[in-house]
Ligand binder design. Structure first.
Ligand code: GCU
Length: 355
């Protein structure tokens, strides 16, 4: 089956018609994007957290001159932000290549606080002249159905409407607030990056914050880049049973009702236009479902054309392992192997980022 036929069979909700039936055109595309985000927040991720009143940072410790063989500096920084009477602090690591005036920059949402890490090829990033900040998502709020701890505790302490993905994504933007106010970076090349549950988080962070010119989701699957209509592997019932707290409580009502969804994850990808999106799949990651990730890129790609951008430039059939599509606003690759954030994924994304 061609991609066109596959998409037709999935019967996706239409990106090109407003909820009230008005057709979407180049002139009103930005308004449609606001509507798409409103839908995704209401149905999937929960409401937006209010903007902070201030963001500050304190350098807690500096690395050694010899870090990264002297090619880059490393600092531990404690970010603090305030929303009204409430404030919250969390640690991050900032790595800046030396002797580069305005490096491209990545905010990396990770599973662990250490740098380097299995998932962060720190020296490769430095060698490509990229600066980055990394933080551990559980330093924001624990990855469990408990809203009394961390930032969730500060916000309300109760389950409420927020999903944890929203809280993790919000803090990627607070890292960027700190960086843009104090550090020289190439503002044309700022990426937000994450893998799996944090790939879902990176997509939401990028959709909500237009300062991220690049949004990189690795193996993000259900509730991330993958379409839910016709999806294999993880379904909404699986994810809301085990990880309901990642989402707004109402998302669970769509369990076993994928074909009725009046939205899908291509809405999230389309919200990022005309900025760049990167979707990385792995062949054996059947839980995430590479086919549904790939078809989502095709479905969202059409929307980028409203901005006179090339959208998703790929073949009209399913990808073969090893295929890389870098020519459009949406980049994609399908690598061999399992669910993992590998050097191969990073190297391919970085090619797209720096091209
Ligand atoms: C689970 C979950 C996925 C998620 C993954 C991860 O497998 O079901 O949705 O992406 O964990 O974050 O590693």
């Amino acid at each position: 089956m061609t991609v066109k036929e596959q998409l037709k069979a999935r019967q996706l909700p239409d990106l090109f018609t407003f909820a009230d039936g008005t057709p979407v055109t180049a002139e009103n595309a930005a308004r449609r994007q606001a509507e798409l985000m409103e839908i995704m927040r209401r149905e999937v991720y929960g409401p937006a957290v209010p903007d902070p009143d201030y963001v500050s940072g304190e350098v807690v410790s500096e690395g050694r001159n010899a870090d990264f063989a002297g090619k880059a500096s490393r600092k531990q920084i404690r970010i603090t932000f305030g929303i009204g009477e409430k404030s919250f602090s969390f640690p991050m690591v900032l790595v800046m290549p030396r002797n580069i005036e305005k490096p491209p920059f990545a905010v990396i949402i990770n599973f662990r606080p250490n740098v380097p890490d299995d998932y962060i090829p720190a020296e490769e990033l430095v060698d490509k002249g990229i600066g980055f900040a990394a933080f551990c998502y559980e330093d924001i709020t624990a990855d469990k159905d408990d809203f009394a701890n961390g930032f969730a505790g500060v916000l309300s302490g109760e389950r409420g409407e927020y999903g944890k993905i929203t809280l993790w994504a919000y803090c990627a933007s607070r890292v960027l607030d700190y960086v843009l106010a104090r550090i020289n970076v190439n503002t044309e090349k700022i990426a937000v990056c994450g893998h799996s549950r944090l790939g879902k988080t990176a997509l939401l962070a990028g959709a909500c914050d237009t300062r991220f010119g690049f949004v990189y989701s690795n193996n993000s699957g259900c509730g991330g880049a993958a379409l839910s209509h016709g999806k294999n592997g993880e379904h909404i019932s699986d994810i809301t049973t085990r990880y309901g707290y990642w989402f707004t409580p109402g998302y669970a009502k769509w369990a076993e009702r994928e074909q009725e969804l009046p939205f899908d994850q291509h809405f999230l990808l389309a919200s990022i236009a005309p900025r760049k999106v990167y979707v990385a799949s792995a062949l054996e990651d059947r839980w995430a479902d590479p086919t549904s990730e790939y078809l989502s890129c095709h479905a969202a790609g059409e929307f980028f054309r409203l901005f006179e951008k090339p959208g998703f430039v790929a073949s009209d059939c399913l990808p073969d392992v090893g295929n890389v599509f870098h020519a459009g606003s949406i980049g994609y690759h399908l690598r061999a192997g399992m669910h993992y954030w590998s050097r191969e994924d990073w190297n391919l994304f970085l090619k797209f980022f720096l091209q």
